[in-house]
Design a protein around this ligand. Structure first.
Ligand SMILES: [Zn+2]
Length: 235
């Protein structure tokens, strides 16, 4: 399952050695451009699609994705060749959706800017790991509840409390690396991956990892695009 379709998605898939046609499930957290603008390119490059593309997202983000398709390539979202199955979720409630007999998707609403509903997601594999993804929100209890006991928490760090002590990330509905670490520890997650790094802090992965870890034993990584993480092994 692909998570988010930012502007660089085709480049990122290529770097990861993935073909657009290999993507059968997509989760999009919210409608902002850094999470959606690559969607028309993904849809276009799936033609002719061997299998449908199942898109799991909130209702308003689904509308944004459909508008992007219409303005980019008229009718693409409705095109039979693209074969998109929309799972447009009511944003004001949590959802539990079986993706396959082995994988369950859960979503929860995160605090978000007015008019931009934002969902966090969790995947539970039967007899296997669980992964939670939280982005574009500030430190909050709903994120901790969703992530409870996850093997891997993938959490945004738009800011750094160490590098930008004057910044209050919550003002912009974002988090810093320290808060991402607090969510991971409060939720009892085994491992934390910091993503969605702000432009001013992305060159300092070691600082961010240490900031998130604090004085705990939490395993923190700052992965590059396409990095592969083996769950079930120690960091
Ligand atoms: Zn964002």
């Amino acid at each position: 399952m692909l998570v988010e379709t930012g502007p660089l998605i085709m480049h990122q898939l290529a770097r990861a050695g993935l073909d657009a046609g290999a993507i059968e499930h997509l989760f999009v957290s919210h409608g902002h451009g850094d999470h959606t603008l690559g969607f028309p390119m993904l849809a276009l490059n799936r033609r002719p699609a061997p299998t449908p593309l199942h898109v799991y997202t909130g209702r308003s983000a689904a509308a944004t994705l459909q508008v992007l398709c219409r303005v980019s390539y008229a009718g693409l979202a409705m095109d039979e060749q693209v074969d998109i199955v929309w799972h447009a979720l009511r944003e004001e409630q949590s959802h539990t959706l079986p993706l396959t007999p082995q994988v369950t998707l859960r979503t929860a609403t995160m605090p978000h800017p007015p008019g931009v509903p934002t969902l966090a997601a969790r995947w539970d594999f039967v007899g296997g790991p669980s992964i939670t993804f939280v982005t574009d929100t500030f430190f909050n209890e709903a994120a901790i509840a969703l992530a409870q006991g996850s093997d891997l928490l993938i959490h945004e760090a738009s800011y750094s409390a160490v590098l930008q002590p004057e910044q209050d990330p919550g003002v912009n509905h974002h988090s810093n690396a320290r808060q991402a670490g607090q969510v991971a520890r409060r939720a009892g997650c085994r491992r934390l991956a910091l993503v969605h790094l702000g432009a001013e802090i992305g060159d300092h992965p070691d600082v961010l990892a240490e900031e998130a870890r604090g004085d705990s034993a939490l395993a923190v990584i700052v992965p590059d695009d396409g990095a592969r993480v083996r769950l079930g092994e120690s960091a």
